[in-house]
Design a protein around this ligand. Structure first.
Ligand code: BGC
Length: 353
């Protein structure tokens, strides 16, 4: 398979995984992921916009707007001091029809909504379209929700560590609120500044960003503080030190782990994270390194051109693999988010003919 064939196949996997309602399934073959996650879908919609598939991205954003506005009453009640449980206001994932999940889940994940605001702004710019009334209303609701809750501990982007404040989560809120101001004309700059201050004050150790406040360890999601949240430019000294630390601690066999203690499916290496490193490297001017990463991903695609969530290689702790296989079946493949990150890397490398 060539680079271009995998690019085209990635678009197909995403189109096939988009439900008529507009929601993108996280993985079509892994029952636990038969939902649309705001986080995954924000990156997927952005990838589709970059690939000029604006209609697909627009249909996802309509799905998102419908689901946010369906929760407007509870959000307004919360904003006006009602006793509503803030953890239940917005869920990180909904069924493709827009309903809440039936199983127990770690629903309260603020990064999902910061990154959605970013993807809306990108969609409007890349598709050269104007925000309509319902979109602006949904954007403002989400921005007010983030403004109210940004200092509250929540689950991280790996749906863990509920009692911590995560630096990637803060990064998404920072960028999301900037985008919300640009889309709606409402000024969220006071919170934007406060978020940035907090990242600078308590999100760094030894010159690099940290996974969550109070520790020194890194997490690959910190790549997001470069692209796409641009809390720091990808070649800023803080990002430079963060990327070096991520590579030193988490890069193995050519791919990135989420974090050192990860045991999910044994804690293998993740396609989407490795692509994320490549995207930052393009922006740091390291084209060759980024192309090498792209080819590494290409070499890991199945014969059907499918990209998994993670590879069972260089696992942190292989003894956990059978536990997860028995619990939920083999790990997700194809993962739409992996395909999205390949598309983004491919486009950023300027490989489109
Ligand atoms: C990951 C999340 C992701 C979800 C769906 C989880 O295992 O930790 O980041 O959003 O899968 O892909």
């Amino acid at each position: 398979m060539t680079r271009e064939q995998l690019f085209k196949q990635s678009i197909k996997v995403i189109k096939d995984g988009q439900h008529p309602t507009g929601g993108y399934v996280a993985c079509p073959t892994f029952p636990t992921y038969n939902y649309s996650w705001f986080r995954d879908s924000a990156y997927i919609a952005y990838a589709m916009d970059l690939a000029s598939e604006h209609d697909s991205a627009a249909r996802f954003h309509s799905w998102a707007v419908r689901n946010i506005l369906a929760r407007e009453k509870a959000l307004e009640e919360y904003f006006s001091g009602g006793a509503t449980d803030y953890k239940e206001l917005l869920h990180t994932r909904y069924t493709l029809e827009g309903d809440e999940g039936t199983e127990e889940w770690e629903n309260f994940q603020l990064d999902s909504f910061g990154i959605w605001l970013w993807s809306v702004k990108e969609h409007l710019s890349l598709s050269e379209s104007k925000a309509d009334g319902p979109l602006i209303q949904a954007v403002n609701l989400v921005a007010r929700y983030l403004t109210a809750l940004w200092q509250t501990p929540c689950y991280d982007c790996w749906e863990e560590n509920e009692d911590k404040v995560h630096i990637y989560t803060l990064a998404t809120i920072y960028r999301g609120l900037i985008c919300a101001s640009e889309i709606s004309g409402t000024d969220y700059s006071k919170t934007v500044l406060a978020v940035k201050n907090r990242i600078e004050k308590s999100g760094c150790a030894e010159g690099h960003l940290v996974k969550y406040e109070g520790i020194r360890a890194v997490d690959s999601s910190l790549l997001g503080a470069g692209f796409p949240c641009f809390v720091f430019d990808p070649d800023h000294p803080v990002m430079d030190a963060t990327i070096k630390q991520i590579e030193a601690d988490l890069l193995e066999s050519g791919g990135l782990h989420r974090y050192r203690a990860d045991t999910y499916y044994g804690g293998g290496i993740w396609i989407l994270l490795t692509a994320w490193l490549g995207i930052n490297e393009v922006l740091r001017g390291n084209q060759d390194k980024a192309e090498h990463i792209l080819d590494w991903i290409l070499s890991k695609a199945g014969e059907d051109g499918h990209l998994p969530e993670q590879l069972s290689e260089a696992m942190n702790d292989p003894s956990y693999l059978s536990h997860w296989n028995e619990k939920w079946g083999f790990s997700a493949n194809p993962l739409l988010w992996s395909h999205a990150m390949y598309i983004i890397l491919y486009m950023k490398l300027g490989l489109i003919k």
